[in-house]
Design a protein around this ligand. Structure first.
Ligand code: KG4
Ligand code: ZN
Length: 330
């Protein structure tokens, strides 16, 4: 029997969740709306918001889980990657709690946690499986051998898929974060209306910055009324191209690894047409396909608590000690 409190603060969502006896029993997420007015996340503002939100969010997650502090077996937190200030807020809060309660502290890699979100609910993929992780900061193809053993087969050379969605949505004049808005706008558009080039990147690497430049240059050449008449078609064509880039590399990775199971993870996996394309590719390649429930796709502490449980089982803990020794080992 184990109870793990997970804390996530890598970007602009403050989240806490409780994993109890094999399942997530609470998952509280507070998204910071303030960044919308700047069209992107301002790290300092995000840090201050995390400071305000973290204690009430953790208390709420504990209350929803009907959990006492003394029930906790360990505290798991997002160690990185992410924004430095926001990570420090969650990390120091988690460390303080673990010290006060005298329980282990588990540092979780945010990208691995997106992948391990597949272990939260049934149906869960057996190991090994191939995972395409698509978020605002990363795009990776990962060969997942076990909960703690993973190999990155390929990743983006420049922008991430979510970043590409957000930046191109901004060019069209959509609010931040643009991914979901672009999907909505594309609903009534023709994905073949405008043809953009698919980048020829080596191996299993991705690239999205060329597409962003193409879209920007194309827009600059159009007359002022272009978007009012073509916005839906334009958004659908951009979305189609991003999905095409992702699916071509995923197909290549399936062939190379001879994967029998494929998984989709990260915030962009909330995208409807991407989910459809993923399911179709799986069918075509005779693979089992896995996508976590929507609430575990975008940033959430449920995935941190779940990943934390796996590391806790493997006894992989953070050092809780402090030292004033000036010769402290590097
Ligand atoms: O994993 P995530 O919540 O945060 C990071 O770790 O980055 O991913 C956030 C990204 C944002 O770029 C957001 O625009 C994108 O996921 N996203 C979507 C959709 N929902 C979220 N992109 C396209 N379509 C969506 N429906
Ligand atoms: Zn994320």
């Amino acid at each position: 029997m184990s109870t793990i409190l997970g804390i996530e603060s890598s970007c602009d969502d403050t989240s806490a969740a409780v994993w109890k006896d094999g399942k997530i029993v609470s998952n509280v997420v507070v998204s910071q709306e303030i960044h919308q007015k700047w069209g992107g996340v301002i790290p300092e503002a995000a840090s201050r918001n995390h400071l305000q939100n973290i204690a009430p969010v953790v208390k709420e997650a504990m209350a929803q889980a009907r959990c006492e502090w003394s029930d906790l077996s360990a505290i798991a937190f997002t160690k990185g990657p992410g924004l430095m200030g926001p990570l420090l807020v969650g990390g120091q809060f988690a460390k303080g709690l673990a010290q006060a309660l005298n329980i282990p502290l588990v540092g979780v890699n945010h990208m691995k946690a997106h992948i391990l979100a597949h272990l939260i609910e049934d149906p869960k993929p057996d190991f090994p499986f191939l995972c395409l992780t698509v978020s605002g900061g990363h795009t990776q193809l990962v060969w997942v051998k076990s909960a703690v053993e993973m190999e990155v087969l390929g990743e983006t050379l420049d922008d991430a898929a979510g970043e590409a969605f957000d930046k191109m949505a901004k060019l069209i004049g959509l609010p931040y974060p643009g991914g979901p808005h672009l999907q909505k706008l594309a609903e009534n558009g023709n994905p073949k209306a405008f043809a953009f080039t698919i980048p020829q990147t080596p191996g299993l690497q991705f690239s999205f910055s060329g597409l962003k430049t193409q879209v920007m240059v194309f827009l600059q050449k159009q007359g002022p009324g272009f978007l009012s008449e073509n916005a839906a078609d334009f958004a659908a064509s951009i979305q189609f191209t991003i999905i095409e880039i992702l699916m071509r590399k995923l197909k290549k990775a399936i062939v190379e690894t001879q994967a029998k199971r494929i998984a989709l993870a990260g915030g962009v996996s909330a995208n409807g047409p991407l989910r459809l394309a993923f399911m179709e590719l799986a069918k075509h390649q005779h693979c089992e396909a896995y996508i976590p429930a929507f609430q575990f796709c975008t940033d959430n502490a449920g995935m941190i608590a779940c990943a934390g449980f796996e590391l806790w089982k493997a006894q992989i803990f953070e050092d809780l000690s402090c030292s004033s020794d000036p010769r402290l080992k590097f």
